[in-house]
Design a protein around this ligand. Structure first.
Ligand SMILES: C[S@@+](CC[C@H](N)C(=O)[O-])C[C@H]1O[C@@H](n2cnc3c(N)ncnc32)[C@H](O)[C@@H]1O
Length: 248
């Protein structure tokens, strides 16, 4: 496996299918996560990448485990802005999810992604002045940061509203994960398939994939067959010269 992307239930007491208990005791949830993480690390090829999407509360613990016990190499902790969340009494307003990015040893593939220069929604002017160095910037855009504020919410998908309640991620997250860490023909595993977003993006981008899903496999197959996948607009550019990393 060249890349594993895991978006497990967050243990928030959500209703998934009949086989998922999303209200485990905290210690039991962490133990369960460590078990499937071990298997993800096991099946990764040397130099492969592992991405874990979760609440910061859980990813702090899981990231430490991956580094200290599972021998994985830390690459990034990516903050993905939540577009809608509710205030929690006595806490800061939660505004991001965590996407951990590890590699199994030195990464085999890391492709540099550039994103368009940010424009104001109202006047279309550029938001930042880049410290007076705007003229020297790469016309393809700026280097992808580890804070992603441009991920659109997933709404009104026929699949999401009618067939299941579980969260479907934006295809833009998977576009980035897959383009950054794999090349066409590589193999991607998603052990928590959900609505099949990872698989749809792999199909679109010529990656091979293996999926695991405990409850919704029929819906995933139907979604992929019917093409009911709304790919979010994505203006990222992959800098082809940025891989392979062997020369580094
Ligand atoms: C947060 S959702 C994943 C959403 C997915 N990333 C998407 O974009 O559609 C988590 C999924 O994990 C599945 N799941 C829960 N426990 C599982 C297990 N032990 N093995 C496989 N899948 C499981 C649930 O049924 C649910 O569909």
């Amino acid at each position: 496996m060249n890349t594993v992307f895991a978006d497990p239930p967050f243990n928030l007491g959500k209703r998934y299918g009949q086989r998922t208990n999303d209200a485990k005791a905290e210690a039991e949830y962490i133990q369960w996560c460590k078990q499937w993480l071990d298997q993800c690390v096991r099946v990764l090829a040397p130099g492969g990448s592992l991405f874990v999407y979760n609440l910061p509360k859980w990813n702090i613990i899981l990231g430490a485990y991956l580094m200290q016990a599972a021998g994985m190499e830390f690459r990034h902790s990516i903050a993905i802005e939540m577009k809608s969340s509710l205030p929690i009494p006595g806490r800061l307003y939660p505004a991001h999810y965590s996407l951990l990015y590890f590699s199994k040893g030195k990464p085999k593939t890391f492709r540099k992604i550039r994103t368009p220069i940010e424009l104001c929604r109202h006047c279309s002017g550029e938001i930042r002045d880049y410290g007076g160095h705007r003229h020297a910037m790469n016309p393809l855009g700026v280097n992808l940061k580890d804070v992603w504020t441009d991920i659109p919410p997933v709404r009104h998908w026929k699949f999401k509203s009618q067939s299941r309640k579980a969260n479907a991620l934006s295809t833009k997250i998977l576009d980035r994960v897959i383009e950054m860490s794999t090349v066409p023909g590589d193999l991607v595993l998603d052990p928590f398939g959900g609505s099949g977003t990872t698989f749809a993006v792999c199909e679109q981008r010529d990656r091979r994939w293996i999926g695991i899903e405990i409850d919704y496999t029929a819906q995933i197959i139907e979604r992929l067959r019917s093409g009911d996948v709304k790919h979010h607009r994505n203006e990222d550019v992959v800098e082809e010269a940025s891989w392979p990393l062997a020369a580094e």
